[in-house]
Design a protein around this ligand. Structure first.
Ligand SMILES: *Cc1c(COP(=O)(O)O)cnc(C)c1O
Length: 362
């Protein structure tokens, strides 16, 4: 006898990348796509300024100032912004608000669900399973581009929400904007474009939110975890049409983001140029590492993110394990079509050199 719902009993939970023990500064950690540089000085100063009184009170319930700052950063209206406990909360909220649980379909039809392209961020399917909403997976093309049939297949399956990550994880590919626009036009549900890595890319999908596009079903996900070196803070946000944002806002926890996160997010976004310096350093290293891996026989996919997907010249799993034994952590996914590849977060020049040295000594 178990107490949980059947879909939870059946659930294979999300497996996060390994985290070294607290205090371990030895491990070269290139496995969870964190920014290798510390957050900007403005963020650290804002953290120091937080006092006991700020913590005694509940945080601003609608995160008004934080939303104002985010809106301003993107030339949007605060009504087009929702702040969440990491980007992951926005993914969960979007399924809660836009997808239908199976049990609400008396006909037994598998409609009302989530549509994704595979492979991508594996949390998407876990969240669909938690909500017991139908999942439609469409395989990506060999170069990790979305197939032209994507929106049509999702419409046929009656999907109410699509999640597309751009730049794509785990390949780093930046898909063309006109393709996303076409999908948004064709798809009958909400198109969530997960831009977790967009700070490292040459362009974003914000133009799709322009009023003259008339697209009311586009929701962009952003996070401070990657570009702003604040994965430990847990702050993300959604950008979209005020009606979408209002629907999401109804379903979120009353105090979903805390006072510290709101204060530091404001400091981070008001001092964007401090983070932008790290984006430059990371993209420069990304290009160097791409070349260095190619020299060693790896096939590296062109990346606009802070990680590289590299097809290995020898069994990738063995390389992953050997690197781990040498104190270098990268990410290995034991599933097709990723089984012969490694996903490597771009680190500091020193970390990347340590990786290359370790590879040369295998
Ligand atoms: C990191 C990431 C997110 C959001 O992460 P949070 O830390 O919850 O903000 C969303 N999507 C993808 C693909 C990611 O890699």
């Amino acid at each position: 006898m178990t107490y949980e719902r059947q879909n939870i009993s059946r659930l294979a939970p999300y497996t996060p990348g390994e985290q070294p023990k607290p205090g371990d500064r030895q491990t070269v950690k290139l496995n969870t796509n964190e920014n290798p540089y510390p957050p900007g000085q403005a963020v650290v100063d804002a953290l120091r300024s937080i006092d006991g009184e700020t913590l005694r009170r509940y945080p601003p319930p609608t995160a008004a100032q934080c939303r104002q700052t985010i809106a301003q950063a993107h030339s949007l209206d605060p009504k087009q912004v929702i702040v969440t406990n990491g980007g992951d909360e926005l993914l969960r909220l979007a399924i809660t608000v836009f997808c239908q649980p199976r049990a609400d379909n008396p006909s037994g039809a598998a409609t009302g669900g989530l549509g994704i392209a595979t492979p991508s961020y594996s949390l998407y399917e876990v969240l669909a399973a938690i909500h017991d909403t139908p999942l439609t997976s469409v395989p990506l093309l060999d170069n990790f581009e979305l197939p032209d049939s994507f929106a049509g297949k999702l419409n046929d399956a009656g999907c109410r929400l699509a999640m597309v990550v751009n730049p794509h994880a785990p390949s780093g590919r930046l898909g063309p904007l006109d393709r996303l626009e076409r999908i948004a036009q064709q798809f009958k549900g909400v198109l969530l474009i997960d831009e977790a890595y967009v700070d490292f890319a040459t362009r974003d999908a914000l133009p799709l939110l322009a009023t003259d596009k008339g697209l009311k079903n586009v929701l962009l996900l952003r996070t401070l975890s990657k570009g702003y070196s604040l994965a430990g803070l847990r702050l993300g946000y959604g950008l979209g049409h005020p009606d979408l944002i209002a629907a999401l806002d109804k379903a979120r926890d009353s105090y979903n983001t805390d006072a510290v996160a709101q204060t530091l997010a404001i400091a981070a976004l008001n001092n964007r140029q401090q983070a932008a310096q790290t984006w430059q350093a990371v993209t420069k290293e990304r290009d160097r590492l791409t070349g260095a891996l190619a020299d060693r026989g790896y096939r590296v996919y062109p990346s606009q993110a802070n990680f590289l997907l590299a097809q290995a010249p020898r069994p990738a799993k063995t390389i992953y394990e050997s690197l781990k034994s040498k104190g270098v952590l990268v990410r290995y996914f034991d599933q097709d079509p990723l089984r012969d590849k490694l996903r490597i977060t771009v680190g500091t020049p020193q970390q990347n050199d340590a990786l290359l040295t370790a590879l040369d000594s295998l």
